[in-house]
Design a protein around this ligand. Structure first.
Ligand SMILES: [Zn+2]
Length: 451
């Protein structure tokens, strides 16, 4: 982190203050509104969030809490704005930041034409550090305080990303891509080399500050059977590590997997055969699954990352939230940057709503924001630490401004319920609607980039 970091602007996150309070409308979720209904939603129109040493001390109505504050405690006034737990992005690729919005292909051609050449550049630690800094800033600018991210096959790309997140005190889960076939030579590792490099990275980063490691086989087609076995070993050998991959994104991809692994019942079954399904395993897309697959994931404790902007942009298909929920599957929201087209979880929820409309399903504002906060935390098994404002949780939060744009202000003027206001935020909002992002209670200020 030393040499590269010294030439980059210093991110500005101060250490947590002993005690601080924030007043505004406060909203968080206690459970899934699809199950808990109104009791899932904890909303205080004039609310207060009290933070001690970076953790939630109290959350409730301001009139009940303001009198209890010791004299001299700073109260930040977010009057008229909405304070929510920080957004959680359960699937993204930091190395694809520079190829977001690349035209004209579906998944397999898109990888060849755009993703692989872009990822090649991450062999250079200076390039990796520069992109990692931008990526983390862009997450925070959009109100995202936790992400599960792919790096590239290069161990230096993982170091760069974790260093950038640590400098911002962010919660971040990431890992080195494992990929030993069906990809360009310049991005290929080997089962033993990938194993050793992953182990070193786990020892270096897993559990350090707020950082966690994810074993990262890109997807079944780019790993040999031996490498899939190695990925399972890495996941089994290290307590608390994650495993992230892709499954059932695109129909051509699914047909290819069936050719490569003819012994498997389904694409999902390939991962099961290599012991890659379990708690803290997160699979992006999960579009072309059947109920047997969904039940198997749910029973294993695996999570699906619903990536609507990517699924529409790459023409992949429509995620079935209703079936996932019915089968008890954990679901979080993912941007899938750069196959996805926005860093904004608000814009991602916008597209989620539209995907579900095409499925004949209905996503409410409350449910959408649950998925982007506590739903994501549950998917990542981090709900003991983040996802809502229960006492003791890490005080990562986002402040949304209903007057951020003229159009948003006009629409909000006619919104009478919380659900309507949330829906307007997700349909009309993006990073302009994010008035502030706080990490462990402290506001994050994006550094000024040089020339
Ligand atoms: Zn992806």
């Amino acid at each position: 982190m030393g040499r590269v970091a010294s030439v980059l602007p210093e991110p500005q996150v101060k250490p947590p203050r002993p005690l601080a309070a924030f007043r505004g409308s406060v909203l968080h979720f206690l459970s899934d509104p699809a199950d808990g209904g109104a009791s899932a939603v904890d909303f205080h129109p004039d609310g207060m969030l009290v933070v001690r040493d970076g953790r939630v001390a109290e959350c409730g109505p301001a009139d009940a809490l303001v009198g209890k504050l010791p004299a001299g405690v700073p109260v930040t006034d977010y009057g008229g704005k909405l304070i929510l737990p920080g957004f959680i992005d359960t699937h993204c690729h930091y190395a694809q930041t520079d190829i977001i919005a690349s035209h004209g292909e579906q998944l397999l051609a898109w990888l060849e034409k755009y993703a692989f050449p872009a990822e090649r550049r991450f062999a250079d630690p200076t390039h990796a550090a520069e992109v990692a800094e931008f990526f983390c800033d862009e997450l925070l600018q959009n109100g995202t305080t936790t992400a599960l991210a792919f790096a590239t096959v290069h161990p230096t790309s993982v170091d760069a990303l974790f260093a950038a997140a640590a400098r911002r005190r962010m919660r971040l889960i990431a890992g080195k891509v494992l990929m030993d076939r069906n990809c360009p030579e310049f991005l290929r590792d080997a089962p033993d080399g990938g194993y050793a490099a992953s182990r070193t990275l786990i020892e270096r980063w897993h559990g350090r500050e707020r950082l966690l490691y994810a074993v990262t086989p890109r997807f079944a087609p780019t790993s040999t059977r031996l490498q899939m076995t190695v990925a399972g070993r890495l996941y089994a050998e290290h307590a608390g590590v994650y495993l992230q991959s892709h499954v059932a994104e695109n129909e051509a991809e699914g047909a290819w997997v069936a050719e490569l692994y003819p012994e498997a019942r389904s694409y999902l079954d390939v991962y099961a055969r290599y012991a890659l399904l379990g708690p803290r395993t997160v699979f992006a897309h999960c579009i072309w699954l059947d109920d047997a697959d969904r039940a198997r994931m749910a029973a294993a404790g695996a999570a699906a990352s619903f990536c609507p902007t990517s699924n529409l942009f790459l023409g992949s298909g429509l995620f079935d939230l209703e079936r996932a929920h019915a089968m008890g599957l954990r679901v979080g929201i993912g941007t899938d940057v750069g196959g996805g087209t926005s860093f904004s979880l608000l814009q991602t929820l916008n597209e989620a709503y539209k995907v579900l409309q095409l499925r004949g399903q209905n996503l409410t504002g409350e449910r959408a924001f649950y998925l982007a906060t506590l739903g994501g935390a549950r998917s990542l098994y981090l709900d003991a630490h983040i996802g809502n404002f229960e006492t003791g949780k890490e005080a990562d939060f986002v402040v949304l401004d209903p007057h951020a744009t003229p159009l948003l202000a006009r629409r909000m003027a006619h919104a009478t319920t919380l659900g309507e206001r949330l829906f307007a935020f997700m349909m009309l909002g993006d990073d302009r609607a994010v008035a502030a992002t706080h990490v462990l209670g402290e506001p994050y200020r994006r550094p000024t980039l040089r020339g």
